[in-house]
Design a protein around this ligand. Structure first.
Ligand code: FES
Length: 160
């Protein structure tokens, strides 16, 4: 990690902390930016945010583990989120999730060994009319059936 200075040797984490003026009221925003950049919250980054904002490390750790948006382990390049909210659940989300688990050979919450995909569950993404819904990155895919899963994985795979 770099020291406090205005030269170009600043670490990306310091640049993010500066963006929020090292204000302890904006640690969640800092973590969002760090998560976007690193696809996780590295331990060094957590320590640096604690050091520069004055927030206790334990409080920051609690924040990171409380919010599903944050991860201490690096997530895949593409996050596949299966909506398991009520509307999606009754329209077959559990079968869709099981099909993704089989296709990717990982369980919900895990990342593929090549760090390309992370599979997770979300509660209602506000598109219940399209249930069951899967979100891949910024794309919302509606009416997903288990038979569509292999095609979706192929589309978003590295070669896809
Ligand atoms: S329950 Fe899945 S989008 Fe609302």
């Amino acid at each position: 990690m770099s020291q406090d200075c205005d030269c170009e040797c600043k670490s990306p984490v310091d640049v993010i902390i500066d963006r929020w003026n090292a204000d302890p009221d904006f640690v969640i925003e800092m973590f969002q930016d760090i998560q976007d950049g690193y696809r996780c919250i590295p331990a060094d980054a957590l320590n640096r945010v604690a050091e520069r904002t004055g927030k206790p490390r334990g409080v920051l750790f609690h924040i990171i583990t409380f919010y599903k948006a944050f991860s201490l382990e690096q997530r895949g390049e593409k996050e596949i989120q299966i909506c398991t909210g009520t509307a999606c659940y009754v329209k077959g989300a559990p079968d869709v999730l099981a099909a993704f688990e089989r296709e990717l050979k990982i369980r919900s919450g895990e990342t593929t060994p090549d760090r390309h995909f992370t599979l997770s569950e979300v509660r209602c993404v506000g598109a219940c009319g399209l249930a069951p819904v899967v979100v891949v990155g910024e794309d919302v895919i509606g009416g997903v059936t288990p038979s569509m899963v292999a095609g979706i994985v192929k589309k978003y795979s590295k070669e896809g």
